[in-house]
Design a protein around this ligand. Structure first.
Ligand code: RB5
Length: 149
């Protein structure tokens, strides 16, 4: 169980409704949610929102982050450009569990045009309840970090 449970959420315009559903769900499960928007439906740019959420995690202000866009792909790419971020797109709970257990992912990305709300919440639960296994996986995660140098 995570002791200090603070999580940042962000999205682009394509995923506002799903982001708000995720925020309510995560909050109901005991997390302090830092929802950095956007809140209005105008078309916006996912790189901005992916970067802002990633910076909240990389700085240590939040332990984990969840970002969403239409496919989950663009905002994931933007988040992963911030040093220290390991963000994976997931459309299934197994992958969401594995990116925590094996890759020590600190951010999850979801495509609001790919999965429905029920599936998205299952994915979120899998991500938030799994723990990094360390060991040989830590060696590989260190190698990922080494690729940033
Ligand atoms: C916006 O139309 C869309 O391109 C965006 O939400 C996302 O799918 C990009 O990866």
């Amino acid at each position: 169980m995570t002791v200090n449970k603070r999580i940042v959420l962000s999205s682009d315009h394509a995923a506002i409704d799903l982001r708000q559903a995720v925020a309510a769900h995560v909050s109901a499960n005991g997390w302090e949610v830092v929802d950095i928007g956007p809140t209005t439906p105008e078309s916006t740019h996912y790189p901005l929102h992916g970067k802002a959420a990633a910076q909240a995690v990389a700085s240590g202000d939040c332990q984990l982050g969840i970002v969403l866009c239409g496919t989950g792909q663009g905002i994931m790419m933007a988040a992963n450009k911030v040093p220290g971020i390991r963000c994976g797109v997931c459309s299934d709970a197994f992958s969401a569990r594995m990116i925590r257990q094996h890759n020590d992912a600190n951010m999850l990305s979801i495509g609001a045009r790919v999965v429905g709300e029920g599936q998205a919440l299952d994915i979120v639960d899998a991500f938030l309840t799994a723990e990094f296994e360390g060991g040989r996986h830590a060696t590989r995660v260190d190698m990922i970090e080494g690729n940033e140098a």
